[in-house]
Design a protein around this ligand. Structure first.
Ligand code: MN
Length: 167
């Protein structure tokens, strides 16, 4: 195909640039759609959780340190889509309050529960469990760990894809 005039060249380039811009816009929109919960964050992201204890990207932001007056630890975790904690136990249990997004929680031996904004989840003392985001939505959870004089968390092995994607 030959272009006879400068105008035809210009038209071709304009079309090409427009095409690129459209692709860029769609890609950005998809990324945002992937985790709409990211915009609903109440607290700063905080620090990235160690890959030793988390699969994918999880962010921890401490809110109340466990001192001798409170012996209660409060903080926020933001799990990006697909991210989850390792299996773990809390010597004195844990309470989760979900503030945005969609995620999963599982106590060993029980089915995986879907958890959403507004849900309150209790993890009983010394029970193996994990929690995290769903594959397509992030999860923002406030965690409350009481009686920290008994300990906070005991980390175990990662949650395999087979377990994570089972539901
Ligand atoms: Mn827990």
């Amino acid at each position: 195909m030959r272009f006879k005039t400068r105008q035809q060249w210009h038209r071709l380039w304009f079309g090409f640039v427009l095409c690129l811009l459209t692709i860029a816009r769609c890609t950005t929109a998809n990324q945002q759609q992937k985790d709409a919960s990211a915009n609903q964050a109440i607290f700063p992201k905080g620090e990235k959780g160690s890959p030793e204890y988390f699969t994918g990207n999880a962010w921890n932001y401490g809110l109340v340190p466990a001192d001798s007056a409170y012996t209660t630890l409060v903080g926020n975790v933001y799990f990006e889509p697909g991210a989850r904690s390792n299996w773990h136990t809390h010597p004195a249990g844990q309470i989760l309050i979900i503030t945005a997004g969609i995620g999963y929680h599982q106590i060993e031996g029980q089915p995986v529960e879907t958890i959403r904004k507004g849900d309150v989840v209790k993890c009983p003392p010394k029970v193996r469990h994990w929690h995290g985001a769903s594959p397509n939505s992030g999860l923002h959870q406030l965690y409350i760990v009481p009686n920290t004089e008994q300990g906070i968390v005991e980390w175990l092995e990662p949650v395999s894809d087979a377990v994570y994607y089972k539901q």
